[in-house]
Design a protein around this ligand. Structure first.
Ligand code: NAD
Length: 267
């Protein structure tokens, strides 16, 4: 059991098809004790059975845009678990209208909302988790390649993910003094609740599949197991990293399929 006697908290479980659930499952199977949060009343009945399935001792509402909620979450967490070995940040949001069309049309309000939920929340969560974190604790945030390169329609979320990854590096340096590590896990596309908000997401999935050296999309279990590695003591030397779990798609500039297609076009 890689995570025997390890305990921590996960933000962002939505349903069985989400990345957070896959991560929770991989951690739980290796012996971790996990506290769960949910965003609001709508999410509570969806998350409740999943938390129960993993014998969670804490299931608590936490809208990550509310400092008070985050503060209260860790207050309640401390009462039950006392200390913490891992924090999983698997939360993101942007208005639907900001996930299509021209990036220059992003409203100031939409920008602030996406940045607040998807990037600043990691900083606020870390601040409140910090007093409880044990030596060798691990913090993970979920990112996507749209932070590094242009992806159609990803728009404001690409900027938010870039801010998230930069925040990971700054937090990694701050918390590293106590050998606590902070890493980003940059996952390939998966059809989840959040992903459905991105215009043309099915096309993105297909492009990813054809560009990937494996000729397929990443599986949820592969993302969960990579998080397991980052939480386990196998990764104590890995800090401030953005680790891609996308079957190698991030390293492709021109895929075999694109080359074949273009070779058929006469100049
Ligand atoms: P998801 O819908 O399952 O998860 C998103 C979660 O964010 C939900 O649980 C939702 O309730 C929560 N959330 C939104 N606003 C919130 C708020 N104000 N307070 C608290 N929680 C809030 O979708 P997912 O795709 O599994 O997303 C999980 C993470 O993985 C996100 O950071 C996402 O950007 C990232 N990611 C997703 C993909 C993908 O293709 N699906 C790829 C790479 C990275």
């Amino acid at each position: 059991m890689l995570l025997k006697n390890k305990k921590g908290i996960i933000f962002g479980v939505s349903n069985k098809f989400g990345i957070a659930y896959a991560i929770a499952k991989s951690l739980h199977e290796q012996g971790a004790e996990i506290a769960f949060t949910y965003a609001n009343d709508v999410m509570k009945p969806r998350v409740e059975p999943l938390a129960k399935e993993m014998n969670a001792k804490l299931l608590i509402e936490c809208d990550v845009t509310k400092e008070k909620d985050i503060e209260n979450t860790f207050k309640e967490y401390k009462k039950i678990y006392n200390d913490c070995d891992f924090v999983i940040h698997s939360v993101a949001f942007a208005n639907k209208e900001d996930l299509s069309g021209n990036f220059s049309d992003t409203s100031h309000e939409g920008w602030n909302l996406a940045m607040s939920v998807s990037a600043y929340s990691l900083v606020a969560i870390t601040r409140h988790a910090k007093p409880l974190l044990n030596k060798h604790a691990s913090i993970i945030a979920l990112s996507y390649i749209g932070s590094e390169k242009y992806v159609p329609h990803y728009n404001i979320m690409g900027v938010a993910k870039a801010a998230l990854e930069a925040s990971v590096r700054y937090l990694a340096n701050e918390l590293g003094q106590n050998e606590i590590r902070v890493n980003a896990l940059s996952a390939g596309p998966v059809k989840t609740l959040a992903a459905k908000g991105i215009a043309g997401f099915n096309i993105l999935l297909n492009i990813d599949k054809y560009r990937s050296p494996y000729q397929r999309n990443v599986k949820l279990k592969e993302i969960g197991d990579t998080a397991l590695y980052l939480v386990s003591d196998l990764s104590t030397g890995v800090n401030g990293e953005t680790l891609h779990v996308d079957c190698g798609q991030h390293c492709v500039a021109i895929s075999k399929e694109e080359a074949t297609l273009i070779s058929k076009i006469k100049d």
